[in-house]
Design a protein around this ligand. Structure first.
Ligand code: HEC
Length: 498
């Protein structure tokens, strides 16, 4: 007996043998679609688990079972070009209804039951059909409805100047919007291709989303949450997980498992950025499943292509507060007119990177919303230090811009205050270090550490063969160039590119 005959034979027996849709599935479909609905022969056959061909109105699926399917069909991103034999002659309306009711609710599928009457009507309407269906034919008649990640989704946007996570309950949203896509998305900064643009207005972004998350079955669910800088996710008003503080998305993700019941749940996500970088990822899956269902636009597999947006300071310096490669997470980039650039590390209280030429390609962070770090776009990059420049107890107190836009960074160490200001002239960065207050004992600031530094004249040093550094009162200690901090003094340090 051929395979097809055997199949028909089983199908004829089925009414007598099968008690329910599950048994009918085992008898009539599982040989090809697999006991687990994932496609037999290691996925050679297409899956029925989470297949959009089974979702929505049942007409499409009824037609496939009645007359079979032939030719290329794309299921969950993979194209099959096989043949499914018609089952209509061998299966009664009740059995087709029962098996489709079963597969439409098994393995995470969430479509409703199918009645024998529905099958009967379609059988009658297509009785003259003798050939298989093709996927394009079916999709034209019964388009696949995109399954929305969240329904009734609303977004609330907040703006402010925060140094810690904002308390959204105390804030008024600047905007509230319906999100018909059902997907959580951070606002995109649209930059005209190939044009130099100014950085986004200063200040921080906060967002809250509220919607309905419908879960297929009762059981354990895993949630994935990644945010730059932080936020929280709540299910039915209960906190599931949160990310606090500031830092990149990568490496700070949270993964939690919670039990949840089948059906709709209130879902809320809160997000804030503190350092100007914006990235957010939220996904869920049933504990046993491999694939994540992303609620955010950003997914792990997101394509990393973005148009370059080279920031070009013209009249005033540009401040860039996204992550910069080779420096600590909290770095403030400053691009000066005249192609002199600086990345000041807030974590290490030091001008860690200096370079000439182009400043930064912001395209990555502004269009892809910032996964990873951006390297300086220019040349002759010098990493001046690799560790904290001052005692660990010293604290960053913020920065100010003078009327021309030149920055000064404030640092406090006990009773000692440091104002660390930067301006430029041709091919050089000029740093002015003003020390005030009181010093307890001798305090030294590291100027160069981790790159070769040699004295080439009085108060003159070669740094890494790229830069000549001039400064009074400095000395080389254990291979580092250091400056003792004396209250009441201002020291000028020049970094001149060779
Ligand atoms: C002899 C193997 C075989 C049997 C038995 C079989 N199918 Fe299929 N089925 C296929 C193949 C092969 C395709 C893809 C056809 C193509 O490439 O055009 C398919 C496609 C489908 C599709 C659309 C694509 C997808 O993955 O969602 C559905 C729905 C489907 N089958 C349901 C069923 C149901 C329900 C049964 C049982 C009543 C069944 N099939 C029995 C082989 C089979």
């Amino acid at each position: 007996m051929s395979y097809r005959h055997l199949l028909a034979f089983f199908s004829l027996l089925a009414p007598a043998l099968a008690q329910d849709g599950g048994q009918l599935y085992t008898l009539t479909c599982s040989a090809c679609h697999g006991a687990d609905g994932k496609g037999a022969a290691n996925g050679t056959f297409p899956p029925l688990a989470l297949s959009p061909y089974l979702a929505g109105e049942p007409d499409r699926a009824i037609k496939i079972v009645l007359h079979g399917l032939n030719g290329p069909v794309n299921v969950l991103g993979k194209t099959y070009n096989l043949e499914m034999p018609p089952q209509g002659a061998a299966m009664q309306d009740e059995n087709i209804a029962a098996v489709l009711t079963y597969v439409r609710s098994a393995w995470g599928n969430t479509a409703g039951p199918v009645t024998a009457d529905q099958v009967k009507k379609i059988r009658a309407a297509t009785s003259s059909r003798s050939e298989h269906w093709t996927a394009p034919e079916l999709l034209k008649l019964h388009p696949i409805q995109e399954i929305k990640p969240l329904t009734n989704l609303l977004s609330f946007t907040y703006t402010g100047n925060w140094t810690a996570a904002p308390d959204f309950a105390k804030l008024k949203p600047a905007a509230a919007e319906e999100e018909p896509t059902g997907r959580i998305a951070l606002p995109k900064i649209k930059a005209p291709k190939g044009k130099d643009v100014s950085p986004p207005a200063s200040g921080n972004l906060g967002m809250v989303w509220e919607g309905t998350l419908t879960l297929p079955t009762t059981g354990d669910y895993e949630f994935l949450f990644g945010a730059d800088d932080g936020g929280s996710i709540l299910l039915d008003g209960k906190l599931i997980t949160q990310i606090t503080g500031a830092g990149p998305l990568k490496g700070r993700e949270k993964q939690v498992i919670i039990p949840a019941s089948a059906g709709p749940h209130k879902f809320r996500a809160e997000y804030y950025d503190l350092l100007g970088l914006k990235a957010l990822q939220i996904a869920w899956r049933q504990k046993s499943q491999k694939e994540w269902n992303f609620l955010t636009e950003e997914t792990k597999s997101a394509a990393k292509v973005w148009p370059p947006i080279i920031l070009k300071p013209t009249e005033r310096p540009i401040i860039y507060r996204n992550f910069i490669e080779k420096t600590s997470p909290r770095a403030i980039g400053v691009g000066f007119p005249g192609e002199v650039n600086l990345a000041y590390s807030v974590d290490n209280l030091a001008p860690e990177l200096i370079w000439t030429g182009a400043f930064i390609d912001a395209g990555h962070h502004w269009t892809d919303r910032g996964i990873g770090n951006e390297p300086p776009a220019g040349l002759k990059v010098v990493k001046l230090t690799t560790a904290p420049a001052l005692d660990k107890a010293a604290k960053f107190r913020g920065y100010k811009l003078d009327p021309a836009g030149n920055p000064s960074f404030s640092v406090q160490f006990g009773e000692l205050s440091l104002l660390d200001g930067y301006t430029t002239s041709t091919s050089s960065l000029i740093r002015s270090l003003k020390v005030s207050g009181k010093s307890s004992g001798s305090t030294v600031l590291t100027l160069v550490d981790g790159v070769a530094v040699t004295a080439t004249g009085p108060d003159t040093f070669d740094v890494g063969g790229l830069v000549t550094l001039t400064a009074k009162s400095t000395k080389i200690l254990d291979g580092k160039l250091v400056l003792p901090l004396v209250p009441g003094t201002t020291t000028e340090i020049r970094y001149l590119w060779k």
